[in-house]
Structures are given as C-alpha cells and as structure tokens.
Ligand binder design. Sequence first.
Ligand code: F6R
Length: 612
Amino acid sequence: MCGIVGYIGNQKASPILINGLIRLEYRGYDSAGISTIEDNGLSLMKDKGRVKNLYHLEGIDDLTGTIGIAHTRWATHGKPAKENSHPHMDNSQTFSVVHNGIIENYHELRNFLTQNGYTFYSQTDTEVIPNLVHYYYQKDENHDELRFLRAVKNACGDLKGSYAIEIICKDYPNIMIVTRKDSPLVIGKGENENYISSDIPAILSFTRNFYLLDDLEFAILTREAVSFYDKDLNPTSKETKTIEWNSASAEKEGFEDFMLKEIYEQPTAIRETIGAKFNESTKCEFDELNFTKDYLSSINKIYIVACGTAMHAGLVGKNVIEKLCKITTEVDVASEFRYRDPLVDEKTLCIFISQSGETADTIAALKLCKEKGSKTLAISNVIGSSITREADYSIYTHAGPEIAVASTKAYTSQVILITILAIYFAEILEMDSQMINTLKKDIMELPKKIEETLKLSEVIQDFSKKAYQEKDIFFLGRGVDETVAREGSLKLKEISYIHSESYPAGELKHGPIALIENDITVVSILTDSNLVEKMVSNIQEVITRGAKTLVITNQNIDKNMFDMTIQIPKTNSFISPILSIVPLQLFAYYISKEKGLDVDKPRNLAKSVTVE
Ligand code: F6R
C-alpha cells in the first residue's frame, strides 16, 4: 500500500518520478506528490487524486532538480486531501519525507514534538518523521557528513510500526537516505544514477539490477554509489540481484487493461512455473528444498496461511496435499490465524502463499510460526521479497509481474506450484504412484487447455452484457469447485462492485436460499464427476425460485436446463480450478468493462497490503 519512488542522477528528476508513480498506482491512488532538491531548496508539489493530476500542478514543469522523492497514497491516517498527501516536510523545510507503512506510536511522538515547539499541518502519522529527524539533527553538534544519517537513525529508533522511508535534506543536496522495517523497498542501480521503488516493475525500464534492503538497514544513495549501514550505523556491503523480468512484461502490450493481458498470459505463466523442474518420467525436484522421508513422515499437520486470492489457492492446495500425501492440511486467513494461538510446533509445516511477498498479515503469521518452532515455506512471485527472506524455504511462481490489482495469473500459478509441491512430497513419501503419474501427465497438457478455455471469451462477454446491471450474484460449487466459486465471487465483487456471495451448494437450503428471488443470477461450477447429480439438483432448486443460471462445466450435462453453459476442457480434478476460474475471471472483467469501471484499479483497493 502506497507506492514510493526516488531518483538521483543527472537527468531532471520530476518526469522520472511521475512516470514511476504511474507504474506504481496499483499500490494506491487517492493522492500523489513529489519533492525535489532545487537550487533554492526543497520543492514540494502534491495533491489529492490520481498521479496524472501532478502534470497539471503549477510550476511542475519548472522543476530542474536531479534528485527527488515521490509518493502515491492509499490513505490510512487522514482522509485523502492535499494536506495529507506525501511528501511531508518538517517545520523548517529542511527535510522532505515519503513513507509507506504505519507509525503506530505517532500520537505519542506528535505530543512530544508539539511540546518541543513543532506544529502539525496534517492528520497523518507520517508528519512526525521529518520533524523527529529535524529534532535530532539540530541537537547534533557534530556537523560532519554523517549528521543527516545519524538524525534519520535516531528518529527511526523512536518509531514503532512499519515503514519504508525516503528522505532528502536541503543541506545535503547530493544524497538521499532510505530505510525500511516491514515495508517493501528496492534500490535500482543504474549508470551514474540510482533509483528507489516500492516494487520492481516501476523501475524495470531503467534497470534490472537491484539491491534489496533488509529490515532496519539504512542506505545512502549518491549518483555514483549506494552505501549500506546496519541499525547501529556500521557500514555493510551488498551485492545486486539481477531480475529476469523484462520491461515489456510490465507494459500493457496492446491489451486494453493489465487484467485482460494477465488473464491471457496464464498459459505462459503456467508453462514457466511448471518449468524445468518437472517432467513426466523423473521425480519432482526442488533445488531449494531438501525434505526427507523422515521429516515428512514426522509432520502431523500442514498449515497453509495466506490472504484473499492467495488463500483461495491454498484451499485448492489443501485438496491435493490431503489426497495425494495423506497429511492433514488446514488453510487459514493470515489475519485470523495469528490471533488464535494456532497449534503449531516442530511437527507442523507452515506454508505461506503471497504473490507480492509483502503482505503484512502473512509475514506476521510466518514470524509467529517460526517462533513456535515449525519449518516455514514461502510461495511467492517476487524474488527477494520480504516473505522469502523470512522463511526457511522459498519457492517461486514464474508469473512475471502482476500489475492489475485483481490477481489472475498469480492465482493459477500458485495453484500449479502447490500441486507440484504436493507431488514432490508424495513422491518422497512413496504414495500412490499411479495417481501421481496421471496427475503429472495432465499437468503437462494444462497450458494448451487454458488456451482452449480462453477462446470462450466472446460467449462470456455476451453473458456479461446481460448480467452487468445485477445487484447480487451468487456462486455455487461443491468440493474443489467450491473453492473456485469463492475466487470467482471475490474477483467479481472487487472489480465490478456487485454484491456477491459464494456458497457450498449443499449449504444453500440451510439459509442462503432465502435470498434467491426472480431473475437473480447464480453462477455454478461443476467439474467433479462424482458430484454431478447433487450439483444439478442444487441448481434446479434455484431455477425453481426464478434464478438465471450460468454453469461452468467439463461434464456432459443437459444444457437445456440452464440459461448459459460454458463447456471447458476436461482435466484432472486436482487441477480443474486452473481451467474453471478462467471463465470467471473473464466474467468479472467484462462486467466491470460494461459498467465503465477502472478494471485495473478498483476503488479502495491496493495491490499489496503492507499494513495489518
Ligand atoms: C484479489 C487479490 C488479493 C490478494 C491478497 C494477498 O484479487 O489480489 O486478495 O490475493 O491481498 O496478496 P499477496 O498474494 O500479495 O499476499
């Protein structure tokens, strides 16, 4: 949440900063601002609204500074308003700061600073930071080149909560300082110029070489170099990591929206994630993992912990792990899991799924499991993300950058990766080899079947035209289809703002069926041959009460019963969610388009949720 960008080099900073913010808008989009170092001191330009509004601010074209910081906001403390937008300055206008995260003790710090003569102009937690830095700066009698860094370090020592901070100072016009704690921040290394960003895609067109800052570390950026310091300001060193993603992967490449592009990228994302580690004739290998039969036989439970769509991928994973490996698997929402004193110990394996690898709740749950002595395994799409640095083991989806707020290709890549992980466990545990081999064969055919499923797009678009004015849409499924129903419903509500619920179809008559009335749309997923009759009966129950029905199926059923049937290719039931979600992603997408909404940046949402 909130995107931050920074630049120091020989080019004019403001266009680079605004361009970076536009690419980071999926992290927040209620206000934006930039601050540069000009010949006459610090500039500050900010306003409520989208990043593009910055282009219209008076004086923005006159900025010539070659060092600057920038921010796009997702409001936490203080409503979206110019005064609450970042950057924030201290009272003497010596420091300018952008911040992502939450300062939990800001009331206390604000009172302390007020008593020391400081005035506050916003309702934000962030405004304490530049003033606190100034407080320590003016107290420091040693005016050497590290005075600025010492002031930042002392101020950070007083902060409780999470932060990624960029800070510039008018007295040090050739450096920028950054630091972080539990909030993402990467440093991009260029030729005589350096960049800062919350996420890699925003600066991918400038560099593919990144430094990953650890928690509580500080970095000083000059044009030529980046120097690192630990929490006590001892100098440390760091190597860059080269990121494989190319800059085109963060562009729309002819698609109207990132979401549509990402839906169509799923065959490639799945192929890449299956990758080299997998083929039909040899055992599954993960270079990053060294699990033994003794260890896997010793664990009595697996927990899969995640949020939102990633949690839905975990639910599909539970089905395959339990059936293939015979290990009890529980799935939990990270924000609930950590507060319910979960029964986790060295006999539990805890798996955390996070596309961004930066979701605060998931990271906090992981830390808790480590404290309790269990092994932790992270599944992420972002190399070097916080979650992968915390976990004992990490494996990666290869979906490429996902820019649209609504997750699509990351979800299907998570499902395939956790399925392959289950096969890896099952092979070590010497479980049913026939079941494993059939699944492996079916996995190899999956990308082609996704391509076939994508060809159904026009039919789905037609149905969306009939459904976009609905107030409520229900999703039903049984077994693994129920997990798909949940994901389909989440996709729809987040980008179309239509109220939507998903239910296990058998639960309908225990309450929710009271909501079914004439002409309401009910979407059902039906891919499990063992459940066809039961599912069809449940759909009949809603038809009898006047519902319009859309059925996604790979079974041979009588289509005359339903208003619309989408026939998807047949595949192994373990991986059928990867096919059956595709029409539902398209359904949500086209409904949102029909309503004229911003598909990629739905209201109130942000791509990675770095606050708890
Ligand atoms: C929904 C969506 C969210 C994320 C959730 C977790 O489309 O994208 O529900 O899945 O915020 O994010 P990550 O996977 O980055 O931890």
